[in-house]
Design a protein around this ligand. Sequence first.
Ligand code: OFO
Length: 161
Amino acid sequence: MNKKVSELLNAQVNKEFYSAYLYLGISKFFTQQDLPVFAAWYKVQAEEEQEHAMKIYAYLLDQDEDVSLDAIAEVKAEFKTILDAVQEADKHEHYITDEIVKIMDAAVADKDYRTQLMLNWFISEQQEEETNSKEMVAKVKMLGNDAKNLYLLDKELAERK
Ligand code: OFO
């Protein structure tokens, strides 16, 4: 595998684990706000991010590439408001999309069709996650900090498995 593609994929393993950590931090914040279903929603998201990291990890090993298991950066997860927390998640999803696109660009430049095929899944996944996080921001903006509304939204989120 091309060195740049391999390095970017390695870095992405770490970024996906960081994403899991960030979502766990957001989940913790919602637990502390007494919004258990919001908390559960972001905990599911944290689990999904670990799966993403493992997808790239397994792909690299399948290609006989090494995987560096670097330190995962600390997550502060201190938010002033519920809106701040959901906006942080939305901002992060856009950042991750940009990172996936950078790897895709490198794979295209190298005519690395196998990596492009693997990354196609991530391109679709990011589309879905950006849509979810955008909707979450819109809902929280509409409902504001009204306790009853947030309780209802918390119940609506309970649908997510
Ligand atoms: Fe890894 O799925 Fe979004 O960030």
